[in-house]
Design a protein around this ligand. Structure first.
Ligand code: BES
Ligand code: ZN
Length: 962
């Protein structure tokens, strides 16, 4: 037993570690000490107050098993008993929050070995027998475990290493016991601390985020997705607090440990599962619940949010979505309960811990008075996404992180199906085209993109794993699975999926296992395909990028080419398929749907045409295919004419696509920029959301490139002209802005109308925004509808000065509603005053002002502002090393940050700065933003060229368009 610790009332295998008041100092300090050691990549991390047995000194770099990031295959965990005690009060002497823990893991020896490697990061161990960091015993009766020779912590690869004096015997079982402490830091990873104010006091929540590699920060574990085990969890917590974990509460009792009267909550053992899906939470939250077919559904949040009814929407939608997935997967929800909890500090949007899903407050809590329809949609889709993982990801898990794209891509596809079930009137399934397909086309068209699938050997370090959580895995994954589901038919797709889930339940799989099961379904359903599922999908999964399919309507020849945003960029990555794809082509002629075709080679005559050509051809119906489409000039002209004369004959998704394809083909110099701009001419008649949204996001690029140049004025005049009819249309529809449009898409487009009208300085719009905002400021009554708040706040703050900004900042600080705070935080970045923006930038790195979870997105908001761009860039490069070390827990954030602050880059000077930034920080590194640096350089180069080549013709076009 370690110095300063003793086991309290021991129950079962697991006792409770206590730290007496005076000793807390030593423990806490040793936590810090051990972290410092870890940071300095030291091999040895001595425990509190003494030296550990000597580890072998190995030359560096060495190739010992503990220098490798992957666990050896020698040991296989069976189950763990873990007791954790997070302290929700600050130790005033050390200024730290800590947790203490005790763990016992039973594992089987699969291959004889004298070495135990188990993941451990930033934990500080109590010395047990013979001054070692762990105790090893044998489970097999009559067997004696070998004694420990050396024990130490390997900082770089995050292991607790035990070298034994003898060998572990194949097929024998052992227990490894440890006692440890860790810091309950506010770093959003592992077992961490979240804080919020309620009733005038600061409240602390202890919570977890394990994915991908932070379970090892909470307790020593075999922290790889294929090392599934059963977990017996116990949490020690104060009376009046609630303890939650993956399983149901088995028992909760009053215990006195070391004079502390506390609650000890034991949970039912989990199913066999991966460590990254574990969750432990202690809070004083409230909940609401219901039961659907025997499954208990609960929504937890801070008391004030539950009291205000903000959990109701999530509770009402969870049951139907869960039932939908049971049907879709043909599999009962595998657990007895489904908890979902909204946390004030949370790095991602949500996390699919099995049975205890964690969310940002804004991703789970809905309040009619504060939430927009967009906020509501996010809640419905994110719930669907995480519930989809309960089977796909949790019940059946990828073997290793290189297949992460399958996990996230799948959930990102079916989240639309689940959300559609919850809100059938929204047409939400269409939106995957804007939010995923179009979004990822932008990055996947770069020569610095990468294939969906990575090789297992290439993904080793935690930062490499984190880097995989990118738009390619999520949005390209979702897009190609949607395409697959479409050409297989939903029946065959779901059948293959169902047998796959059945076959690998509680186990692990690789993506080709899914292809095998889909192939069986294809055969069973007699589906006619040009090749096997695997061969077709390999072309989409194993090579980066996507094709532009060109249809020559005069000859019927269809051909394909790797689509590159910058045709001059050099593609160094070799493709196994020479950048050719097996492409499913759904198409229509003059409004009539034709027989679908496959393009299986570089080019083929597969479209039947009859001269004379008054007909127009449109391909990639509903943008189900992951590719862009180009046509001969004649067909483009007919399509553009058709948009102008009778746009409704072209399906709404394809109207959005025509605009997006045209703008991007122009950027790639495949068609003239003027032709792309021509597709916007009909917008004065367009009322639908999707084409407008598509046009606005493409015009956004024009704003980025031209809002500092002479093109700006004529562009503004043209766009104001185009958007005014839309503005008037919504003004009428809403009875002078007094009502909310009925349709979900109309509500979105109303926001577009207002934000674009104000952006183009339409007086009526600016006046409206200023008046509404000032009414709020002067009367303290906010009458602005939640749908319109972000844009109205932003417009008013942009038009105003310090007074408006300070008012919004005070509101931001005072509101307890996260979704309102988010709208204000976004709008505060809209001011045109450089000094306010600079001060705001400073706030982003003070967690008391801007939560850590929001720091990077706030900087990006500022960079999106034409005045803030250079300020944000200067800020980021000046503080890169600080941001990188302090905010390193984030997975998405670094790539978003780098891409965000460099978005507008389009000059040689900016390119030089960017390259200098890359060179100067090569030592510190960019972590999960590594790829983003190269992507930004590539984008900048392409922007420079685009600007020189297009500025004049674009100026002319806008000058003559009216
Ligand atoms: N598994 C992820 C959460 C996650 C992301 C953990 C990155 C660790 C690193 C979760 O299922 C997820 O994908 N969440 C998304 C929401 C979704 C609707 C795209 C998120 O957090 O944004
Ligand atoms: Zn996910």
């Amino acid at each position: 037993m370690g110095k300063g610790f003793y086991i309290g009332k021991a129950v079962g295998i697991v006792g409770i570690i206590l730290c007496a008041g005076a000793l807390a100092t030593i423990i806490a300090l040793s936590v810090v000490y051990s972290q410092e050691k870890t940071k300095s990549n030291n091999q040895v991390s001595p425990t509190a107050g003494g030296t550990t047995a000597n580890p072998p000194v190995t030359p560096s770099p060495s190739n010992e098993p503990w220098d490798k990031y992957r666990l050896p295959k020698t040991l296989v965990p069976d189950h763990y008993n873990v007791t954790l005690w997070p302290r929700l009060t600050l130790n005033t002497t050390t200024g730290l929050y800590i947790f203490t823990g005790e763990s016992s893991v039973e594992f089987k020896c699969a291959e004889e070995t004298d070495l135990i490697l188990i993941h451990s990061n930033k934990l500080n161990y109590t010395k047990l027998e013979n001054d070692h960091l762990a105790r090893l015993t044998s489970v097999n009766s009559g067997d004696k475990a070998p004694s420990i020779k050396y024990s130490w912590l390997q900082g770089v690869t995050q292991y607790l290493v035990l070298q034994l004096n003898g060998k572990l015997v194949k097929d024998h079982r052992y227990h490894l016991d440890t006692e440890f402490t860790g810091e309950l830091a506010d770093d959003l990873g592992g077992f961490y601390r979240s804080e919020y104010q309620e009733d005038g006091i600061t409240k602390v929540v202890a919570t977890t985020q394990m994915q991908p590699t932070d379970a090892r920060k909470a307790f020593p574990c075999f922290d790889e997705p294929a090392m599934k085990a059963i977990f017996y969890i116990t949490l020690i917590h104060n009376h009046g607090t609630v303890a939650l974990s993956n399983g149901e509460v088995k028992e909760s009792s009053n215990v006195t440990i070391e004079g502390h009267n506390v609650q000890k909550t034991t949970f039912e053992p989990t199913e066999k599962m991966s460590t990254y899906l574990l969750a432990f939470i202690v809070s004083d939250f409230a909940f609401i619940n219901n039961t659907i077919d025997g499954v208990l559904i609960r929504i937890f949040a801070k008391k004030s949010a539950i009291a205000a009814g903000q959990g109701e929407y999530a509770l009402n939608k969870t049951g139907p979505i869960l039932k939908f997935f049971e049907r879709y997967y043909n599999s009962r929800y595998p657990l007895p309960k489904s908890d979902q909890i909204a946390l004030p500090d949370f790095n991602a949007g949500a996390m699919e811990n099995w049975g205890l899903i964690t969310y940002r407050e804004t991703a789970l809590l809905y309040d009619e008075k504060f939430s927009s329809n967009s906020n509501k949609q996010r809640i419905a889709t994110i719930i669907a996404h995480e519930l989809a993982h309960m089977w796909f990801g949790n019940l059946v898990t990828v073997k290793w992180w290189n297949d992460l794209w399958l996990n996230e891509g799948f959930a990102s596809y079916v989240e639309y199906l689940g959300a559609h079930e919850a809100e059938p009137d929204w047409n939400v399934k269409d939106l995957i085209v804007l939010s995923d397909v179009h979004r990822v086309f932008a990055v996947d068209a770069l020569a610095s993109s990468h294939p969906l699938s990575s090789r297992e050997e290439d993904i080793q370090k935690p930062a490499q794993i984190s880097e995989l959580f990118d738009a390619i895995s999520y949005s390209k994954g979702a897009s190609v699975l949607r395409m697959l589901s479409d050409f297989l038919t939903e029946e065959a797709f779901t059948e293959g999926l169902q047998t796959y889930l059945k076959r690998f339940a509680f186990g692990n799989a690789v993506y080709t296992d899914l292809w095998d099961h889909l192939q069986m379904a294809v055969i069973a359903h007699g589906i006619n395909l040009p090749d096997t599922v695997k061969n077709i999908m390999n072309t989409w999964v194993l090579q980066m990028g996507f094709p532009v399919v060109t249809i020559n309507t005069t000859t019927g020849v269809v051909s394909q080419e790797h689509f590159l945003l910058d045709p001059d960029s050099e593609v160094t990555a070799v493709s196994p398929f020479n950048y050719e794809w097996i492409v499913p082509i759904k198409w229509m002629k003059t409004g009539f749907i034709q027989e679908p075709q496959w393009l299986r080679s570089k080019s083929a005559t597969i479209i039947e045409m009859k001269a004379p050509l008054t007909d127009w051809v449109l391909a990639n119906l509903d943008v189900v295919g992951y590719y862009r489409v180009n046509y001969d000039q004649g067909n483009w002209n007919r399509l553009v004419d058709h948009l102008k004369n009778n746009h409704k004959l072209i399906p709404v998704i394809n109207r959005a696509q025509l605009v997006d394809d045209a703008f991007n083909l122009a950027r790639a110099k495949i068609i003239p920029t003027e032709l792309a701009l021509d597709t916007t001419k009909y917008l004065n008649q367009e009322r639908d959301y999707m084409p407008w949204e598509s046009a606005l996001s493409n015009l956004d690029f024009f704003y980025l490139m031209f809002d500092r140049s002479e093109v700006y004025g004529p562009m503004q005049n043209y766009l104001r002209n185009q958007v005014t009819p839309l503005f008037d249309y919504y003004k009428n529809m809403t009875d002078d802005w007094s009502k909310v449009p009925d349709g979900h898409m109309d509500q979105y487009n109303q926001v577009n109308a207002i934000s674009m009208a104000c952006r183009t300085d339409l007086e009526e719009c600016l006046l409206l925004s200023k008046t509404w905002f000032n009414q709020w400021r002067t009367t303290s009554e906010n009458k602005i509808h939640p749908n319109l708040r972000s844009t109205v706040y932003c417009n008013a703050i942009a038009a105003g000065g310090a007074q408006e900004w300070e008012f919004a900042w005070t509101e931001f600080q005072n509101t307890t509603i996260a979704i309102e705070a988010d709208k204000l935080r976004f709008s505060l970045a809209c001011t045109k005053q450089p000094w306010l923006l600079n001060r705001y930038l400073e706030y982003t790195l003070i967690p008391g002002m801007i939560r850590k979870q929001d720091a990077t997105s706030t900087i990006v908001y500022i960079a999106n502002n034409v005045v803030g761009q250079s300020l944000a860039w200067d800020f980021v490069r000046a503080r890169w090393s600080y941001i990188f070390t302090e905010y390193g827990g984030g997975s998405f954030s670094f790539s978003n940050l780098i891409n965000g602050v460099t978005q507008r880059f389009s000059t040689e000077f900016e390119l030089q700065q960017l390259e200098k930034f890359k060179a100067e920080n090569s030592e510190i590194g960019f972590g999960s933003g590594t790829l983003a640096v190269d992507q930004s350089i590539e984008r900048t180069i392409s922007n420079i060229k685009w600007l020189t080549e297009n500025k004049e013709n674009v100026l002319n076009w806008f000058n003559t368009a009216l």
